[in-house]
Ligand binder design. Structure first.
Ligand SMILES: O=C(O)CCC(=O)C(=O)O
Length: 282
């Protein structure tokens, strides 16, 4: 059996133990916290209303257009998971848009951070993922911590649906419960990193525009191809523990030097001593 046929630990993941969350919870419910510990995800319904969704989509549009221009200059219009014919992936939009900085510091999202991560949390990464109509390739099974290996391994992803997401246009699928094993082995493929996962036993998570799928950086997830004629849009915001570091492999495959995750323009604090803080000016 290969290492993608079953959940095999990442070679650097030698002693991970999932810590259940005890509360008290201020933003999420006891049931949502229990679902997070058991399944590795839950859905917050209608965090953003239609006007707010429209504002986020408008804020993303210039970054999406810029990434399209870049992809048009590379062979086949593809770079790893991103592609003109698959999904436009536009990262670091908080560097060019003030509204998206506010979205990343949204009281509900930061409240979730306080309940599941607190007391000191930073924005780690954010990106728009616009899955193209009749898209040519899926997003393969992966854990967010399978790309850059972050320590502590458990950070938080808030997947904000900007259009309704369905099995037909590529909603999130999750391998419920697998987050408890920590980071799994991944391989690099031409369309992104891939770990173990199984569509037959996965949980499909259809959501409406304005809903947020909250999941762990350790939850194996995937999205299928978009078989519809409309773009499926999402804005993905990730939060890490203050002081977390990233590691990339050295030539020998062992962990490279720690990479600080505190780049001030885009990895700003959102929670300090348990208190939400506004985004700093650009
Ligand atoms: O939005 C998608 O289709 C998948 C995005 C994703 O899995 C990610 O950004 O890690």
């Amino acid at each position: 059996m290969g290492e993608l046929d079953r959940p095999v630990p990442h070679p650097w993941n030698r002693s991970f133990t999932w810590q259940d969350h005890a509360g008290p919870f201020r933003t999420i419910t006891e049931d949502q916290a229990a679902a997070f510990d058991r399944d590795g995800f839950f859905v917050l319904e209608q965090v953003f209303d239609a006007d707010e969704v429209a504002a986020i989509r408008a804020a993303i549009a210039p970054g999406d257009a810029k990434v399209r221009e870049l992809l048009a200059m590379v062979p086949d219009g593809r770079i790893s998971v991103a592609g003109l014919d698959t999904q436009i992936v536009a990262p670091h939009l908080v560097c060019i848009d003030d509204h998206l900085r506010e979205v990343c510091a949204h009281p509900t999202l930061v409240g979730v951070c306080a309940d599941l991560m607190g007391p000191d949390v930073r924005l780690y990464w954010e990106q728009a993922v616009n899955k193209q109509p009749d898209s040519a390739a899926p997003v393969l099974w992966h854990q967010d911590n399978g790309y850059t290996y972050v320590e502590p391994q458990d950070y938080l992803t808030c997947w904000i649906a900007l259009t309704d997401a369905t099995p037909d246009n590529g909603c999130i699928e999750v391998m419920a419960g697998a987050h408890r094993q920590g980071t799994l082995a991944h391989r690099d493929t031409p369309i992104g990193f891939e770990c173990w996962g199984d569509h037959a036993t996965a949980v499909s998570v259809p959501v409406r525009a304005g809903d947020v799928v909250v999941f762990s950086s350790l939850s194996p997830h995937a999205t299928g191809v978009n078989t519809t004629d409309a773009v499926r849009e999402a804005y993905i915001v990730q939060y890490a523990h203050d002081g977390a570091i990233g590691r990339m492999p050295g030539a020998d495959g062992e962990p490279g030097d720690p990479i600080p995750l505190d780049e001030p323009t885009r990895q700003f604090p959102v929670l300090v001593n348990g208190v939400p803080v506004p985004p700093p000016p650009r």
